[in-house]
Design a protein around this ligand. Sequence first.
Ligand SMILES: [Zn+2]
Length: 454
Amino acid sequence: MAAPSAPPLGSTTAVATEAAGWLAGLIKINTTNPPGNEDAAAKYVAGVLQKEGIPTEILPVMPGRSAVVGRLQSSVVANPSRALLLVAHMDVVGVDRSKWTVDPFGAVEKNGYLYGRGSLDDKGMLAANMAVMVALKRAGVRLNRDVIFLATDDEEQGGDASIRTLIAKYWEKFAAGFSLNEGGTVFLKDGKVQYVGVQASEKVAMNVAVIAEGISGHASIPTNDNAVVHLAAAIEKIGNYSAPVHYTTIVQRYFEALAPLEPDDVAKWIRSMDSSDRGEHAARVISDANPMWNAMIRDTIVPTMLSAGVRANVIPGEARANLNVRLLPGDTITTLLADLTKLVNDPKVRFELQPDAGLAAPPSSLDSELYATITKATAEEFNGAPVLPIQSAWATDSAQLRLHNVEAYGLWPFPLTDDDLVRVHGNDERIPLASFTKGVDYLARIVGEFAVAK
Ligand SMILES: [Zn+2]
């Protein structure tokens, strides 16, 4: 590796310290979704950017809910296809206060951590994006492309106020060819960044109802077409089923890059995954070794809800379950449902796809200028650490952007351990302040190298 080049924006430590204050301010604004109430956060964010002289606008979406867009221009005539969009969401998931050791909306600082709901997901990235905008503006650098800031609402529910609506209503205000959003990870272990996962694709979420039908009657005189029994048998088969293995290009590239980082006994199976004689066994070993790997190589079908019956002594005429399905990009629900119908093999049981199914988006390119910039900046920032492309099992706003021809990449620029990551959507969510500072520096390096004119 070549000697690291100087970051285009110089040291960002001072602005990161200010931004940690903005992050604390944002944590204190409760944007639990539902209902979200992102208006207050939007005003706070816009206030910080406007004070720096960055043209910023609040975009109303629904009563109480809005987004924020800001722009640093490269030239008088905008060229959206070159522009870089920095995205983060302002809403957070709910908390179970009884399980927190601190006030989840108190922004408590303790032992080098800032605690609070959203400290990682996603107000951490939101504050880091603000820091980079401010750093660019203060440095007075000439840009070779517009850098656009977008704070979204309603990400966690993906409802009527989400990015879909923003795109439909306001696309021309933030149209871009490239974007950086949440969705990746800077994986820290034993005090060292092992790799950076950059999300370039995601699985497609949808729900399917399984409905068993029988004849209702009094429970004192049973018959053999009880809907509950038919449903239970179907669920047992589905629960034990593994969908066929299918490697997408992103997943192949992920495992290629991962193999050298894994111990030999795991690496040898990763390297055998596409071999004709040992491939099947290798896929089984890999699936068993890590549930995340299992979810990367196949569609997953998970029963999540059951309902049947209204009275203890009445056989119900219908029993239902919900399956939460995550399809690999490229797979279709029609094929999966045909396979499940064959598996269950019961004329009393049928499947119904539920409304609001996710849309499959094309993966972002691993040959783009931005992906190359991330790879270079990662090695420079983290002592030669490699970038691994990620196809996430979770859904993000990036899918909507990819459907609008944006090369969207998921990043969380902060070095985090597994212990930090399990707190996301959980209890005592927190960000190490040193990781926040480092993350701002890393993000500024990526954006600086990509957007500052040389
Ligand atoms: Zn998030």
